[in-house]
Design a protein around this ligand. Structure first.
Ligand code: LRH
Ligand code: MN
Ligand code: MN
Length: 391
């Protein structure tokens, strides 16, 4: 048991915490083996936004929704933004998609064919135009580009092509807009991915300039990777821009954040707290990037938001003065005990209290189930759409 510190600062930090949800998590998804459709799943970007607004209504902590283009393409993005605003949320990061077109078989921006590279780069530029219309701050780039066999293409030329495309996109950014560069170890490329790790992303971001920062998707590493080390390193360098939270047991499983390894999520959030980077004013976009293949989607997303909040609350409870003293004195066991005491604290009553103070139900999932929203969408929506991959 630990003595709870003055909770005023902890509560103030938690009250400000913001988590962005992904439009695609509300849609049907699956594995390459089977998509199990669910009743009531959104059919349009508007319906995805309505579901995201519902998550915000019950959690009070998810006031923006990330879009994925072309999955969420509409004729009038300004109107879509107005629609979201009327429901109480904003449009967050604009995610590009240069991985689902026949032309991209050998890569998008790193393709050996200049015409294909042009097409892919134009998509990145189009995404910035969409940001202009939605008022989004973040252009989020993930490239599936890579090769399957040694010799298939020139590794170094592909880096040159990547750098050229990133430069064009970066130079198109307006004031207040940023580029978030996501990395992923493998899949769909199996031999070499063009941006496989945080170091490669970081190096490209450094070359691009201060508006470019790294996005850490927690499911995109080799097993055993120490993600909190990456967080600490990038924060120190001022180059951490965003997270795609999810959890995994094996590869890019996209399970609910904090489900597979809540201790890892706590360790990550501790580095965020340690780096004074939790406040939205610091600028990190804490997003979810998940698929709910077999579980009900909206409650799963609410659960994920709550899991991130719980990990954060525990991170805020670490007695940092005592920890520093123990570290300075070389008190290895004591230092570890201070961290573990915070992790082992049950923060659920604290978060319930915060919700009540904010006029929310202390149990957002129960409140959602009672609200009738699920029954309403099941009745109103026939044949929900698929997120766009996994078929
Ligand atoms: C790639 C990824 C990336 C995509 C999303 C759908 O695995 O994490 O963020 O945009 O999945
Ligand atoms: Mn991701
Ligand atoms: Mn992923």
């Amino acid at each position: 048991m630990i003595d709870l510190p003055d909770l005023t600062a902890v509560k103030a930090a938690l009250r400000k915490q913001r988590i962005e949800t992904p439009s695609w998590a509300y849609a049907n998804s699956g594995t390459r083996f089977k998509v199990f459709p669910q009743a009531g799943v959104p059919r349009t970007p508007e319906e995805k936004i309505a579901d995201a607004a519902t998550v915000h209504r019950f959690t009070g902590a998810a006031p923006s929704v990330a879009l994925h283009i072309p999955w969420d393409r509409v004729d009038d993005f300004a109107a879509l933004t107005g629609f979201a605003k009327d429901l109480g949320i904003g449009i967050g990061a604009i995610n590009t998609n240069v991985f689902q077109d026949e032309d991209y078989k050998l890569g998008s921006v790193t393709n050996p064919d200049a015409a294909v590279r042009r097409k892919a780069t134009d998509h990145l530029l189009e995404a910035v135009s969409i940001m202009d219309a939605t008022g989004s701050r973040d252009l989020k780039l993930w490239f599936s580009d890579g090769i399957n066999y040694p010799g298939q293409d020139d590794l170094r030329d592909r880096q040159d092509r990547m750098a050229a495309a990133l430069r064009e996109a970066y130079d198109r950014l307006g004031d207040g807009q940023r580029l978030l560069l996501e990395y992923k170890l493998f899949e769909p490329a199996f031999y070499a991915t063009d941006i496989p790790d945080w170091g490669t992303s970081y190096a490209h971001c450094l070359e691009l300039g201060e508006k470019a920062t790294v996005c850490i998707d927690t499911g995109h590493h080799a097993p055993g990777t120490n993600i909190e080390f990456i967080v600490a390193f990038l924060l120190r360098a001022g180059k951490l821009g965003a997270f795609d939270f999810n959890s995994r047991f094996y590869a890019d499983d996209d399970l609910m954040a904090g489900a597979a390894d809540p201790f890892q999520l706590f360790r990550i959030m501790y580095e965020i707290v340690r780096g004074d980077a939790l406040d939205p004013a610091y600028g990190i976009n804490f997003m979810l990037d998940q698929c709910h293949n077999i579980e009900a989607k909206i409650p799963a997303i609410i659960r994920s938001v709550m899991n991130v909040q719980e990990a954060t609350a525990k991170a805020l409870l670490v007695d940092r003065d005592a920890l520093r003293a123990a570290q300075r004195d070389g008190e290895v066991l004591e230092a570890n005990a201070i961290v573990m005491d915070a992790y082992n604290t049950d923060v659920r009553p604290l978060l319930a209290e915060l919700r009540t103070e904010a006029g929310l139900d202390p149990d957002p999932i129960a409140a959602y189930h009672r609200s009738g929203y699920q029954e309403k969408i099941v009745a109103e929506r026939a044949d929900g759409t698929q997120a766009g991959w996994g078929a």
